[in-house]
Design a protein around this ligand. Structure first.
Ligand SMILES: Nc1ncnc2c1ncn2[C@@H]1O[C@H](COP(=O)(O)OP(=O)(O)OP(=O)(O)O)[C@@H](O)[C@H]1O
Ligand SMILES: [Mg+2]
Length: 412
């Protein structure tokens, strides 16, 4: 039995994290700015599986000083990791920030007494159940937000400022508050307004050691905008794209190398299989991990070759099928209710992710002109197909993987 070093289902650890140098540089700059009391808040956006959580995890290590930054600088931040879902309320966020701070800081009796006093205002607030709240219960009233900002400010100033009477043993350069899956927040949570008001109140107390980072799908921008248009200006957006072929190759090499450190019998990969994995992955970190995982699991002679990659990629419960379950099925079956729309996708899939003209689609489409027009409009609106800029009536599918999946698994 070999331990499989590829991880399709969880964020990657710093040891096998590849690329994102530009983003890491900017994130480190945000940390450095916070040390100088000029925090530069940020949001990491990108498609599903592009590596947002993995990037936050890497930043976590850098901020805590567990690995040095790009320029060998070692930081010492207190990091609070939160995520939100559609049931999260503002009071819920406040309580979780408190919980994480208590957990990190309440090491001594003195510290616990201080924290208890600081958070005493929360006792009068009833603990919310989970489940969707009426809109007015989702948000903090102004007094609570003021009290929370003051309490947070007091704690942060004790651990980051030059306060001589700090009840805490450790000193930090700043507090990094990371909120993953922020696009999941309900509109009632008013995340943009909440964070904007919180940061403004902290600033008024001259507490400038808190850095906030969000992560989520590209819809996050709109969510923040809808909540408070100017909350968008607070967060610098880092949009994650695909990795280069070279970086993908490096992910494969690092994973195999890591596997060989733990497994008794080392695994090799032929250069042909290596190139195939790179080409199947299309630069998507999630795909590399899944195709790599499946090929590694399929191999039985400790050499991953062409047939291991091919046989483990396509077929029932193989890599592409699993990727489809996570990423394509919803687009194909739930986001599209009409089979005529799916028919358009099936026609287009024959050209993989290449450009296809409307005339070509029409020549094979079984249905009326109006149905075809509606189908193309719906698919465009849902970002399932992309129009060619500057040319009318030319479209393509977003990914080659999606096209292959439709051809293999998307037939009635
Ligand atoms: N820089 C990277 N190097 C190597 N593997 C990576 C990298 N980034 C992500 N991965 C891998 O890709 C997969 C998806 O990563 P991750 O969960 O971080 O993406 P995400 O954008 O947070 O996804 P989701 O939108 O589903 O939350 C994981 O299997 C992870 O191990
Ligand atoms: Mg994630």
């Amino acid at each position: 039995m070999k331990v499989n070093p590829f991880k399709p289902n969880s964020p990657v650890n710093p040891g096998v994290f590849v690329g994102r140098l530009e983003e890491l540089n900017r994130l480190e700059l945000a940390l450095a700015q916070t040390c100088a009391e000029e925090p530069a808040h940020f949001m990491v956006t990108g498609e599903r599986g592009i590596g947002k959580t993995s990037l936050l995890l890497y930043l976590n290590y850098v901020a805590k000083g567990q690995i040095p930054g790009v320029e060998e600088r070692t930081f010492k931040f207190l990091v609070l990791n939160l995520d939100v879902d559609h049931t999260t309320t503002q009071i819920g966020l406040v309580q979780r920030i408190k919980l994480h701070l208590d957990n990190e800081l309440g090491k001594s009796e003195k510290a616990r007494t201080f924290l208890k006093e600081v958070w005493s205002f929360l006792q009068r607030i009833r603990v919310m159940d989970t489940g969707i709240m009426p809109a007015e219960d989702m948000i903090c009233d102004e007094v609570t937000l003021d009290q929370f900002s003051m309490s947070l400010g007091k704690v942060v100033q004790r651990i980051c400022g030059g306060c001589s009477e700090s009840p805490f043993d450790s000193h930090y350069e700043g507090v990094l508050l990371l909120i993953d899956e922020a696009d999941n927040s309900s509109s009632e949570l008013q995340l943009g307004t909440f964070l904007k008001l919180l940061l403004e109140r902290l600033q008024r107390q001259e507490c400038n050691h808190v850095l906030i980072g969000l992560a989520g799908l590209p819809e996050l921008r709109q969510k923040l905008h809808d909540s408070h248009p100017s909350s968008l200006r607070i967060f610098e957006e880092l949009n994650l794209g695909r990795l280069s072929d070279k970086e993908v190759g490096r992910v494969i090499d690092l994973c195999i190398q890591k596997g060989n450190e733990t497994n008794q019998n080392p695994t090799k990969i032929t250069s042909e299989a290596h190139s195939m994995l790179i080409s199947f992955s299309e630069g998507y970190p999630h795909f590399i991990q899944q195709f790599g995982f499946s090929a590694f699991a399929y191999d039985h002679d400790n050499v991953i070759d062409r047939s291991d990659v091919e046989n483990s990629a396509f077929g029932p419960r193989c890599a592409l099928d699993l990727i489809g379950d996570r990423y394509y099925k919803n687009d194909f079956y739930n986001k599209i209710q009409k089979d005529s729309y799916r028919q358009v996708l099936r026609i287009m899939a024959d050209d993989l992710d290449g450009w296809v003209t409307r005339a070509k689609i029409a020549s094979r489409f079984k249905g009326t002109k109006t149905t075809l027009n509606n189908a193309i409009k719906a698919l465009r609106d849902r970002h399932i197909i992309l129009p060619k800029e500057g040319e009318k009536g030319i479209y393509r599918l977003q990914h080659k993987g999606f096209a292959l999946w439709i051809k293999l698994y998307g037939d009635p």
